[in-house]
Design a protein around this ligand. Structure first.
Ligand code: SF4
Length: 366
């Protein structure tokens, strides 16, 4: 009898343990939303289709970015409706210089990233575990309502990698458009073609962080590949959405003039001379604290290389007050937008045209 009782108790404990682990892997995580792009595999595994990593995720586990979880053979975004950062900022801070200049954007981000940039400026939220960072409870309807209340002109997905919280971004952007707000994404461009195509239906502008122009740089500094980023840049341009490029110039890592020249020539040949490019100044951060800030002269050199390669709208960034932050008419050479840091000191454009020579400047003006 005692032996039977012991066996029964043992079996009950085993069943309870199985049920606990079963519930953990079967139940939809609270407030999560099912992913839009994934495939199911035997053994209740799933493959995420959002970014080129294409993580194969076992039940109960999460993908590389830490916010997409397999629960019972379905893939969920657990950060849905849970942003860790929100605020109101000038659009110039993105930086977007040809997308409604002088406007205010509601910025939003959740935890998580699909890259591992050693120089990340937002590593405390991009590289953190979801549970370690406090977040708001903010369904898409409330985000849009907050943007309207704050009289923002746009909602901008930024700071971390928006591709990893794709469904949240997508739902917000769709609602925002219905309410007359513009939408923009600041991204590394590490996204697969199918989700990108769908996303571009609900975005007005995209800024791609082109981190360097060699596979070696992408591999060593970001644990990623260059090719998918270039494909994204071409696809955004082909979609007709407004596109700007930023390149953080890091001394000794991606500041070789030949590399910068190849990058600028590629941009001109593949997306045309009118795509704005911002060369921004690096400051030591995260795992790259031993590298000194970018000399301002290096940025001026990059500017000259880009102009010589035929790009019409070239800027330097993170150097407040530098005249290379101004927009110059590519036809007559006169300054049409003056900037002081994130502030527009003067905007002389008239319906997107130069007031001096009437040339049309490319961009999404107000
Ligand atoms: S979005 Fe996240 S889970 Fe999906 S493939 Fe990329 S890193 Fe993996």
């Amino acid at each position: 009898m005692r032996l039977w009782l012991a066996r029964a108790a043992g079996a009950a404990i085993l069943v309870a343990a199985v049920l606990v682990s079963w519930n953990w892997s079967v139940e939809k995580p609270p407030f999560a939303r099912e992913a839009m792009f994934y495939e199911k595999f035997p053994g209740a595994k799933v493959r995420c289709g959002n970014c080129p990593r294409r993580c194969l995720i076992a039940p109960g586990r999460r993908g590389f970015c830490g916010v997409r979880q397999n629960a019972g053979g379905k893939l969920y975004l657990i950060a849905y409706g849970k942003p860790c950062a929100m605020g109101l900022e000038p659009i110039e801070k993105a930086p977007f210089f040809h997308f409604i200049p002088g406007s205010r954007r509601l910025v939003i981000a959740t935890v998580g990233c699909s890259l591992r940039c050693r120089f990340c400026q937002n590593w405390n939220i991009s590289q953190a575990a979801f549970e370690d960072v406090p977040h708001y409870e903010m369904p898409p309807e409330r985000v849009v309502a907050e943007a309207l209340k704050a009289k923002a002109d746009s909602i901008c997905f930024t700071f971390t990698e928006p591709v990893v919280y794709y469904e949240y971004m997508y739902d917000i952007a769709k609602l925002a458009h219905a309410q007359g707000l513009k939408t923009a994404m600041v991204s590394s461009g590490y996204i697969n073609p199918a989700p990108l195509k769908e996303l571009l239906k609900v975005l007005d502008a995209v800024k791609i962080d082109l981190k360097g122009f060699t596979d070696q740089f992408y591999g060593e500094m970001a644990a990623a590949d260059l090719r998918p980023v270039l494909d994204t840049i071409k696809a955004v341009k082909a979609s007709g959405r407004w596109l700007e490029i930023v390149n953080l110039v890091i001394p000794g890592k991606n500041d070789d003039p030949k590399e910068i020249e190849r990058m600028c020539r590629w941009l001109k040949d593949n997306v045309g001379p009118d795509v704005p490019i911002h060369f921004t100044r690096f400051f030591p951060s995260y795992r790259l604290t031993s590298v000194a800030p970018t000399p301002v002269g290096t940025l001026a050199k990059a500017y000259a290389i880009a102009k010589a390669a035929g790009l019409r709208y070239v800027y330097v960034g993170n150097v407040p007050g530098d005249p290379l932050e101004n927009t110059v008419c590519p036809k007559c050479g006169k300054t049409v937008i003056e900037r002081q840091g994130y502030t527009i000191a003067a905007n002389r454009l008239k319906n997107g045209r130069c007031p001096y020579c009437s040339a049309r400047l490319e961009g999404l003006w107000r």
